[in-house]
Ligand binder design. Structure first.
Ligand code: SF4
Length: 349
């Protein structure tokens, strides 16, 4: 108890049992934050080793763009970059100590680092493989494509989020479909084989015609002449995140909109299956929506939800457990989401 009480006095630490008031604590100078020399790796022989021999290096935190749905940007604000010199020193030190062949650059928006190109160039000069998350669309240009080719990168990941320009502009990505097509064309003409896309379904104010715009955009990209399975498409339900401008945009998770939401996935599946250059995994739509609803609950739940989560875990942490716990506690997710939509604010942080 003494430990909890003392912890609650530290700025930025919340102790649920004391429900103490907290103020957000921010690490202003990320250069001062050391990267662990020895990082956790998976040694299980039977499992895929994604991070084996792979050094994880955070180059920035926060994001200058602040797309309205993005928790990573709002929770990690302000935007801060690790200095180029610091990054080089870390790698130089690492090379002396640990045998790694590849570096994964980490950050909400790594391509917004002012020295992103130079960092890639340096890693190539050291003979290291580079793994990168998605690249902000504005940052994909000939210079970046060329350096990725030099690094033998096979896949560029971009996130247009939607096929509708109106919705995309509204959420903070002011990039036209023509620009996306031009970017895709430049990638097609390079030695980079695949493009991975991230899209969201169920964005605020989204209509059925916006789903058709997504299909049309992907068809146009495919018509540029991509080979079979080279356009890797990920479509996920939009999950509203607490403390973002879209935190109350929960309408597609309300029971009354369930079938509209489901239909959107079905339309996408029917149309995208026919395009040979598109590789997409379609799972059970019911399960996708159930998972997303649960994520929304995790994102927007208040203090009371902690009991529900504890019980959920206790009964096996699956959908059967969730149903049981909701019944036992007489908790109605739909009612809770409606409450959020009408203005209920679960936390004052
Ligand atoms: S560019 Fe990416 S990281 Fe930055 S706010 Fe938008 S979605 Fe988030």
């Amino acid at each position: 108890m003494q430990l909890l009480q003392k912890s609650a006095l530290i700025k930025g630490i919340y102790v649920p049992s004391l429900n103490n008031k907290i103020e957000r604590e921010v690490l202003q100078e990320i250069n001062a934050f050391q990267i662990p020399h020895r990082q956790i790796v998976n040694v299980n022989k039977n499992q895929k080793k994604i991070f084996q021999n792979n050094f994880l290096l955070e180059i920035n935190r926060g994001c200058p763009f602040q797309c309205k749905f993005c928790i990573s940007s709002f929770h990690n604000s302000p935007f801060r970059n690790r200095s180029y010199e610091n990054i080089i020193n870390i790698i130089e030190d690492e090379i002396k100590m640990v045998n790694f062949k590849s570096v994964t650059l980490i950050g909400s928006c790594i391509s917004a680092h002012p020295k992103f190109y130079e960092i890639c160039k340096y890693l190539i000069s050291k003979g290291l493989k580079i793994t990168i998350p998605s690249i902000r669309l504005e940052h994909v240009n000939q210079k970046i494509i060329k350096i990725f080719e030099k690094a033998n990168i096979n896949t560029i990941t971009i996130a247009p989020e939607t096929g509708s320009e109106d919705l995309r502009f509204e959420l903070g990505k002011k990039i036209s479909n023509d620009t996306i097509l031009s970017i895709a064309n430049q990638i097609k003409d390079s030695s980079i084989r695949n493009i991975k896309f991230y899209f969201l379904i169920g964005l605020p104010n989204e209509k059925e015609e916006n789903i058709m715009e997504l299909i049309s955009l992907l068809k146009k990209i495919s018509d540029l002449g991509f080979n079979k399975n080279t356009l890797r498409v990920n479509i996920n339900p939009f999950v509203p995140k607490f403390n973002t401008p879209y935190e109350k945009k929960i309408e597609f998770f309300l029971d009354k909109n369930y079938y509209t939401f489901r239909t959107k996935f079905k339309i996408l599946e029917q149309n995208l299956r026919k395009i040979p250059s598109i590789k997409i995994k379609f799972q059970d739509v019911k399960k996708i929506i159930k998972n997303a609803r649960f994520q929304a609950l995790l994102s927007l739940g208040d203090l009371e939800i902690s009991t529900l989560l504890n019980n959920y875990y206790f009964y096996g942490a699956n959908f059967g457990a969730l149903r049981k716990v909701q019944n036992d506690m007489r908790f109605d997710m739909n009612e809770y989401f409606s409450k959020i939509q009408s203005g209920y604010h679960p936390w004052n942080i």
